[in-house]
Design a protein around this ligand. Structure first.
Ligand code: ADP
Length: 402
């Protein structure tokens, strides 16, 4: 038995989950929010308790201190020595990491050097790591990369058709994201629907939350994924554009007088569901408005579904066939409306037979929503990125590599 902590450090937040392994029992979980503010929020859930406090949390070190104090205060651990490993989610591992790795000084320097590829998250990951390292100096840490699962792609799947020297010199290529989630979904689906045998399976995983990506998975390994150099690419998302003709940037800068940074910010934060609808980045609001007849909300829903459907078609061809299609993450798990719209766009071409009545009832739990005789089995499967981090920690504890 071992206790391991899965951590997701953002620029102003720090999510954490403490596991008892190998049982994968969640001992507590929580979020430190508004780090850097006078009115920071510390949250923790354990047993049937859910506690939230507002207090000054000026930096990540304070956030970590609050988490560790709470573990003792609420009797979740007797001593901090019980924690055997801290696993950190890291968004960008570049070409360097195809698996999780020890989060030591050497790898921290590589992660930091990847900041230009991920200016939003990389500095936060380093800050989170330093804070835990200072508080728990003898506890080993590992980094679990969102990009690692996609490192099995072939060059014709990950290269951009730009001058080759530029791809090489600047490592400018598709890296993908959500790899930890796609990996979890593939492993779970293979265990539940293919008797644990990955060989011969062809799976399409649709992780559709406020960030969204699709992943084509052959024999349990990623062969193609929609996100690109950064998580801006691929399908349309809550506030992100997804793929665009690159000329859109230049054209809109000329039209609006905005510079590249300002336009890039609009593509990241003010586009997608929010930008097209002018209503919200949340599918619940879009769905409500569409059902009341709001034309823009209806158009937004159709555009969103069409962008996902286009990639489903592309990945059907890339895989040669699809045995199993998975819907997951906030929208994929919860929004029957969006699932139905996407499936209606592809059902004729792919020979799907969907039980739409059942689809309408399922929210946040595993279920098969295709009928017998459907050419592809379609399922809803809740994702769990944190448990993958805890499993990677445990593997390293068991094989003695940390
Ligand atoms: P993140 O990328 O931040 O992890 P999530 O996977 O949590 O995002 O997805 C969040 C999005 O999922 C919300 O913005 C909303 O669009 C959608 N969503 C969440 N819950 C529901 C629900 N009950 N019904 C419909 N949509 C939902």
């Amino acid at each position: 038995m071992a206790k391991v902590m899965a951590v997701n450090a953002g620029s102003s937040s720090l999510k954490y989950k403490l596991y008892e392994m190998p049982e994968e029992k969640v001992l507590c979980s929580g979020n430190v929010e508004r780090i850097g503010h006078e009115d920071g929020i510390f949250g923790i859930k354990f047993g049937d308790q859910s506690i939230k406090e507002t207090l000054p949390i000026y930096d990540h070190a304070k956030g970590v201190e609050l988490v560790l104090e709470a573990l003792i205060k609420y009797g979740i651990v007797k001593s901090l020595d019980e924690i055997e490993c801290v696993g950190h989610r890291v968004v960008q591992g570049g070409k360097y990491f195809s698996h999780s790795a020890e989060f030591d000084e050497k790898n921290a320097a590589i992660i930091e050097s990847l900041t230009p590829l991920d200016p939003l998250h990389a500095p936060a990951h380093i800050t989170g790591w330093k804070a835990f390292k200072a508080a728990l100096p003898n506890v080993p840490a590992i980094a679990v990369f969102d990009t690692a699962y996609h490192q099995t792609m072939e060059p014709e799947d990950y290269l951009y058709p730009i001058p080759y020297e530029m791809s090489e010199k600047y490592d400018c290529r598709r890296y993908g994201a959500h790899g930890t989630s796609h990996n979890y979904l593939a492993d779970t689906a293979i265990a539940h629907y293919f008797g644990g045998k990955a060989e011969g399976t062809r799976i399409l995983s649709c992780h559709i939350g406020s960030g969204a990506s699709l992943c084509a998975i052959k024999d349990g390994k990623c062969v193609a994924t929609t996100m690109g150099l950064t998580p801006l690419g691929g399908v349309m998302m809550g506030t992100r554009t997804g793929d665009l003709d690159p000329s859109v940037m230049d054209y809109l800068c000329t039209c609006t007088g905005k510079n590249v940074d300002e336009m890039y910010d609009i593509f990241n934060k003010k586009s997608g569901l929010l930008g097209v609808s002018g209503i919200s980045n949340d599918t619940r609001d879009i769905e409500d408005a569409a059902l009341k007849g709001n034309e823009r909300a209806i158009l937004t829903s159709k555009l969103f579904a069409r962008r996902v459907a286009d990639f489903i078609g592309q990945y059907y061809v890339r895989l040669g066939k699809i045995d199993l299609m998975i819907f997951s993450a906030g929208i994929g798990e919860n929004s029957a409306y969006f699932r139905e719209m996407i499936l209606k766009d592809v059902e004729e071409a792919l020979g799907l037979k969907i039980d739409y009545e059942l689809n309408a009832k399922i929210r946040g739990k595993e279920a098969v929503i295709s009928k017998d005789g459907s050419a592809i089995k379609v399922i809803i499967l809740p994702t769990d990125e944190e448990v993958m981090i805890a499993r990677d920690c445990m593997k390293r504890i068991e094989n003695g590599s940390i």
